[in-house]
Write a protein that binds this ligand. Sequence first.
Ligand code: ADP
Length: 542
Amino acid sequence: MMGMMMHRPLRIIDILAHAAEITPQEGIVSVTPEGLHRYTYPDALARAAQLAHALVAQGIVQGDRIATLAWNSHRHFELYFAISGMGAVCHTINPRLSDEQLIYILNHADDRILFLEPEFAPRIASLADQIPAEMTCILLSDTPDQTDTETDITVYETLLSGQPTQYDWPDLPEDTAAALCYTSGTTGVPKGALFSQRSTVLHAMMVPLSQTSSFRAGRRAMPIVPLFHANSWGLPYTAPLMGMTLVMPGAALDGASLWSLMEAEQVYSAWGVPTVWAGLLAEIERRGRPPAGFTDMVVGGAAMPHSLSVAYENHGISVSRCWGMTEMSPVGGRGTPSPDIATLDLDARLAIQTNAGQRCFGVDFKLIGDGGRIVPHDGHSTGELHVRGNTVISGYYNNPSATAAALDAEGWFATGDIASVDPQGRLAIHDRTKDLVKSGGEWISSIDLEDIATAHPGIDSCAVIAVPHPKWDERPVLVAIAATDTPPDLATIQAHMAPHLAKWQLPDDVIYVDTLPLTATGKVSKLALRQQFTDYLLPDLR
Ligand code: ADP
């Protein structure tokens, strides 16, 4: 028998309309090239309406892709809501991608308009003959382009001015495409995840159900994770839905800039990748305290070193290690400790809490081992994690071959992560399939080795990479930034790691470097390191 209930389509614009009605005093604090900007959600809704009218005037119709090349700001927030609200697709692009990837993505998505920060105008002008010819560029600014790369380029504030502040938002079918984000392409050409109105609204409601520590109406949340990185983990949707003000940090994401902004704006919860937190910790130690009011930290995108989590917890900040992927909208594992362990002392709690959080409501996990066998959720057996749910992609945008490779016969999405899951849904990520070290037929988890190595006071940060070896195929090598002037030698590091590992799992060498290469999303690039050190353990053939 069918239920007898109304069916109203889930729409993204209703999130902003709700925030404007219920918490009109909350809104957005935004760092822009012109200075600090503040307004409320009713202001944001009125400006989104103006932007939607302007898009119609530009000839945009439902289904068109509109690209952004922008930092976290109130304007980028308006683009999120106005574009999806009128039925077009907001395509966020990572400015740190290579020219080659940028050209590929703009053409693959066939974007109609590109909204860009003034600082990117010269770069786009230099690529003009390789990007879609019909694409209009609009500067996210209130002043005409100072660099004079294009004489008649439109300016965002001019575009909006004079437009009506109300828009009759269409009743779109809830499966309508709303946003598009390409993965960073560390494994080949970038692949597009095309989110719907429905998946986005469900994700916005799902995250605070699980990640409870981060959301308090009237408090302030700061997405340090960019709006172009997997929807900024959904925070631009979840924060207004939960009645929180958003603090948008703009382009400066170094520790000192973040500390000052967080202190001045009383940020309660901030979200970012581990490299950002390492930078902020240095500033906290320099100043002797964290920014006032900073209580809740969400880290994801890569494994957070255990020692870094402990350092923040010791400053009184609750650290939530979450897990997700662009292809999952992106959150799949939440870090708020479950009530049964929340009151344990720090060591006991961290021993139980994993590096990737507990399964969120709405996402199912399945572990697949060798030969397709199902791996039990016993907390130690490992397999490739497969996921299923309303916020997981059912395929890549216009890419049948990548789609076929990513989905199994039952329609589960293969994440490429090697993981274990305990009976309470706690997820531990041991590696990405492509980063595992395969030594003599055995697997060594690079994440586990990194966690142990960074617990040594002489190691600031590090990455363990697989290096080709004539006898064992691959061996682990530790590439590290030293914390002291006289860094620990290999024997010291091995002695430090030995109690936690089998002998054959210990790194063959330690290489000290000044900096570690980062990917476009700010994670340590193991691909770049593997390429750099590919001959390191091979006999000299010259
Ligand atoms: P990309 O890095 O390819 O641009 P994402 O930002 O979507 O794409 O990254 C997703 C990947 O990040 C996951 O598959 C996983 O390997 C890694 N990751 C995310 N969260 C964690 C975590 N808490 N611990 C370890 N790895 C993580």
